[in-house]
Design a protein around this ligand. Sequence first.
Ligand code: PXL
Length: 272
Amino acid sequence: MTATPRTALTIAGSDSGGGAGIQADLRTFFANGVHGMVALTAVTVQNSLGVQGFSEIPVDVVTGQIKAVATDMGVDAAKTGMLATAEIINAVAKTLDEVHIGRSGTPFVVDPVAASMTGHALLREEALEAIRTELFPRATLITPNLDEVRLLTGVEVTGPGTQREAAEALLEFGSEWVLVKGGHLDAAQDCVDLLSDGESWVELSGPRFDTRNTHGGGDTMASAITSSLAKGADVPTAVTEGKRFIERCVAESYPLGAGVGPVSPFWRLSSP
Ligand code: PXL
């Protein structure tokens, strides 16, 4: 018998292709030495070429999963990914309060997943407002990419000035920290993410890799950050560790299918 590990919970959707969603989250939690748990919100039908459709899980089954693991196994940190509908978001928010996740209780990361990389909606349109009003005020950290920033704030990020403007607009919704990821900025040489709590401003710079196989990258980064938070790191440390982790996952991503291949959270196992 060994010691009980720290635990992390993902509240997210399934990717039948195995590269994003709960599959990415679980691989990332376990790769970082954290026991991963799941509250499944939706089942997507997809492969490397894109998402063909999805079906959401009944709301009481979503909240039941959260309560089941939180009341027995304990949750050291949690994250959300694909939440599909406003009804699920509202119910999840209420349940998180009941089990003291978020709002300065258990660390809580909100990755505001709105669409797949191939542009398929993973969130019904009316649900964006629920993410802003129900989830962001409960979040320790939110991790939007630039497409999600545009949808949530209307700010078009084109460089450092607008990246800061976007962070300020997002913090207005009430999260403790925001990470505006710059990975989708074409022009930049390096990949620069901006982290802020409104007082400190941290620019995290890292290499940009020449690959199209980045499926699941956002989920994996948010899960790596959540893993570090579960192990007790503060937010700037967790984000720094998450960024280093996702860089290795992208560097060792692999082609699979005719479209976009996945990043590789298990690079530690496959590396010599
Ligand atoms: O990467 C965002 C994402 C999250 N969750 C699920 C997904 C995707 C992208 O395709 O399928 C289930």
